[in-house]
Design a protein around this ligand. Sequence first.
Ligand SMILES: NC(=O)c1ccc[n+]([C@@H]2O[C@H](COP(=O)([O-])OP(=O)(O)OC[C@H]3O[C@@H](n4cnc5c(N)ncnc54)[C@H](OP(=O)(O)O)[C@@H]3O)[C@@H](O)[C@H]2O)c1
Length: 275
Amino acid sequence: MNSLQSSTTLHNGVKMPWFGLGVYKVPEGEVALESVKMAIKAGYKSIDTAALYENEESVGQAIKESGVPREELFITTKVWNEDLRNNSVEEAFETSLRKLGLDYVDLYLIHWPVKDKYKDAWKVLEKLYKEKRVRSIGVSNFNIHHIEDLMSVAEIKPMVNQVELHPLHSQPELRDYCKKQQIQIEAWAPLGQGRLLDHPVLQEIASGHHKSIAQVILRWDIQNEIVTIPKSIRESRIKENANIFDFTLSSSDMEKINALNENQRFGADPDNFNF
Ligand SMILES: NC(=O)c1ccc[n+]([C@@H]2O[C@H](COP(=O)([O-])OP(=O)(O)OC[C@H]3O[C@@H](n4cnc5c(N)ncnc54)[C@H](OP(=O)(O)O)[C@@H]3O)[C@@H](O)[C@H]2O)c1
C-alpha cells in the first residue's frame, strides 16, 4: 500500500486498486470527461461510476482519450434498482457496457439491496461473471443480513461490498464480517460528501502531519484496508486526495478517528430506502 497503484487482491485473485475516483453527481460531458482524464493523468487507476450517474459515456471517452491501456485500469459500474424491479439486469449491463465503450468491466455491483429482487439479480451477475463479461462481481449497500440471505442462493460469493463509510459511520461490525468472509469493503462518501472537512479532532491530527483533513481520512481508510473512492471535479483536490502515500497515521491517531463513530449516515438506510 505504498502508491496510488497499490492494490488489494479480491478472493477470486483479481487485483483492485485501494484508491480510485468516484463520479457520483459529476455531470456527463466536459466535466466528467475532464475530471476522469485529470485523475488518470495524476496516476489514478480506478474509476467508480454507475448507470444511475448517467455519465458512463464520458467516463468511457475519458478512458479512451487517456492513452492508458485499458487493462491497466479498473472500471466499476453498477446496476440500478429499476432494472432489478423490471428483471432487466442483463439488458442494463449491455447498456452500461455500450455507453462505456468497453467489452468488459472490472467490477459490476448491485447498487442497492432491492427487497425480493437482489437474489435474482445476483444470478444474472454470476452468469456475466462465468461468461467473463465482468472480472469480478459484488454488492453495494448490503448489511450483514442481506449478504447472508444472498449467500443462501449464491454460487459465487460477492468479491466487494461498497457501503457508506467514513469516520462518523465507520461500520465496525460490517467490516469485521466482510473481512471474515473475504469480501473486500469499499467506502462510498469517504469524506462524508464534504461534511467532515472541518471536524476539530481530524483537524488536529491533520495539522500534526501537515496534511489536509481529506488526506487524513483517506489515509485512515487505506490503513484500515478499506478501498476508497473520493469524488472531486477539481484538479487540485484530485491530486491532493491521492497524495496520501508519504505519511503514516500512528495507532493513537487511528484510535482517535475510530472513536468518532456515531453510526451517522448522510445517505439512505439500506433497510429503509424508497427509491
Ligand atoms: N454505492 C452507492 O450507493 C454510492 C453512493 C454515493 C457515492 N458512491 C460512490 O462513492 C464516491 C464518493 O462518494 P461521494 O461522491 O458521495 O462523496 P465524497 O467523496 O465523500 O465527497 C465528495 C465531496 O467532497 C468534495 N471534496 C473532494 N475532495 C475534497 C478536498 N480535498 N477538499 C475539500 N472538498 C473535497 C467534493 O467537491 P468537488 O467535486 O467540488 O471537489 C464533493 O463535494 C461517489 O462519487 C460514487 O462513485 C456510491
